[in-house]
Design a protein around this ligand. Structure first.
Ligand code: GLU
Length: 480
């Protein structure tokens, strides 16, 4: 069998939505798994909403995710151009062919004329109004020279259109429920359904995989393939990705649910690309109980057979866990390099070659959900002055604790081996001598050294801060 040709066909009217990223991913996975071809096509026919800036954001996001395409913008290919607005001649050619073969027709009815007919209906029936075939049976002799017209598809009046979706199974639609929809507007620009069919056909797409919101379009598209005498591709629709409460994921809902919408936001909040792919892959696809996947495992294990049709709800806690697990898998060096750009956002300026960067990063690597959280958690290492959390000061920096902090500073001054182990040994010897438990001093010291009550391990913190800074912060908190 020929290798599959799949495509991702975003409309450049905004950012790369997390749900669209999942569509791109599944197509990419299928191409990479089967040795097929992944095509990127930009569906920019909605001229009021499509922008170059949006095309750029979408392409940048795909690059960031590492979802490379074999044909499309930037790389070209044998079926270009890959922007629909550069393919208008092709749509005209196909539309004219349908017209000359009696499978589509020119409709000169104006919008006003059609609206007037709709208004004549009782109010209750107006929503269900369908175009009443005004020009369906006219001939070329009726055409009005020089007047604007649209081209409508001549939908069969009887019969059914059926297809077997790779995820949803058999789907059957009565043709009588489908109107004579417009395929080309009066300005020569195709409507989505027609543009997509002409492109999928001429680009040799064998499997159309997209969100289940497009199931409604599929019968129309199949009818057009049939009218053109072309082989119908296979279809795989994917269930929706939803907010925790089942609502649509949108920019507007994002603040409310804590669900990031744009791939750009995941990058800015310090997700690594593989974690985002892992997150979206689990919406609509599974491999047993496995939750964590590397990119290579996704390619290896992905199959339409394991795709389900149940819409998935976002679980923010689980999403953050997935992100954190992917951070843990990075080498310390890679993690440090990736967290570095986020430190400025946490309010500290740190040179890329600062010798404290790697040891500091190491202490937060396994404790952070995202790089933005890691940067926030390690900023205290790099501040000249730290601000102590007032509630923690009130609770932990009692006069007795302050005396202990002074004593601890003296111990640290004398430690010969200033490593985690050396520091630990010295502090534990001192505690044993005093008959104290580590608990007596750990929280006050943590507050003194980091400003907070939650931080990496105390000895690690002291080792990374170094003797001078540690002693200074302990003494400062003790009021010296
Ligand atoms: N441009 C369409 C969208 O972004 C593509 C749908 C399809 O894949 O056919 O929804």
């Amino acid at each position: 069998m020929d290798k599959p040709r799949v495509r991702f066909a975003p409309s450049p009217t905004g950012y790369l939505h997390i749900g669209s990223a999942r569509t791109a991913l599944f197509n990419w996975l299928w191409a990479r798994k089967t040795g097929g071809t992944f095509v990127l096509r930009i569906e920019d026919t909605d001229q009021g909403r499509s922008t170059e800036a949006s095309t750029k954001v979408i392409i940048d996001s795909l690059h960031w995710l590492g979802l490379d395409w074999d044909e499309g913008p930037e790389v070209g290919g044998p079926h270009g151009p890959y922007f629909q607005m550069q393919r208008l001649d092709l749509y005209a050619e196909y539309a004219n062919r349908l017209v000359s073969e009696g499978r589509a027709y020119r409709c000169y009815a104006t919008r006003e004329e059609i609206e007037a007919l709709r208004q004549k209906l009782p109010e209750k029936k107006r929503d269900g109004f369908v175009y009443p075939h005004l020009w369906r049976d006219k001939t070329e002799a009726d055409w009005i020279p020089g007047a604007p017209y649209v081209i409508r598809f001549k939908t069969p009046l009887t019969g059914t259109t059926e297809f077997v979706d790779r995820v949803y199974g058999a789907i059957k639609t009565q043709n009588s429920l489908i109107d004579d929809f417009v395929i080309i507007r009066s300005d020569g620009v195709p409507l989505y359904n027609f543009g997509a069919v002409v492109d999928d056909l001429t680009m040799g797409i064998t499997l159309v995989a997209r969100g289940s919101d497009h199931i409604i379009n599929t019968p129309k598209q199949i009818l057009m393939y049939q009218a053109l005498g072309a082989a119908v591709p296979e279809y795989a629709h994917m269930p929706m990705m939803l907010n925790p409460d089942g609502s649509k994921i949108s920019k507007r809902s994002s603040g409310q649910h804590g669900v990031d919408v744009a791939i750009e936001d995941y990058r800015l909040r310090g997700w690594v690309p593989d974690a985002v792919l892992n997150l979206v892959a689990r919406f609509g696809w599974s491999a047993g109980d496995q939750e964590l996947f590397t990119r290579a495992e996704l390619v290896e294990k992905f199959d339409w057979a394991q795709c389900g049709s149940v819409d998935g709800r976002f679980n923010v806690k689980k999403a953050l866990w997935i992100s954190g697990e992917h951070l843990k898998r990075l080498t310390d060096e890679d993690f440090a390099a990736r967290v570095h750009p986020f430190l400025a956002g946490a309010g500290v300026t740190v040179a890329a070659d600062d010798p404290r960067l790697l040891p500091a990063a190491r202490t937060v690597k396994t404790r952070s959900a995202r790089l933005i959280d890691a940067a926030e958690a390690m900023a205290f290492y790099f501040r000249d002055e730290i601000t102590l959390d007032p509630a923690a000061v009130e609770k932990f920096l009692t006069p007795e604790a302050k005396a202990n902090l002074r004593a601890m500073a003296d111990v640290l001054t004398g430690v010969a081996d200033f490593s985690d182990a050396g520091i630990g040994a010295a502090i534990e010897a001192w505690l044993a001598e005093r008959g104290f438990d580590i608990k007596t001093v750990a929280q006050p010291a943590r507050v003194a050294l980091t400003g907070r009550t939650a931080s990496p391990g105390l000895y690690e913190v002291i080792a990374v801060l170094g003797r001078e800074v540690s002693v200074r912060r302990l003494r400062a908190a003790a009021g010296e």
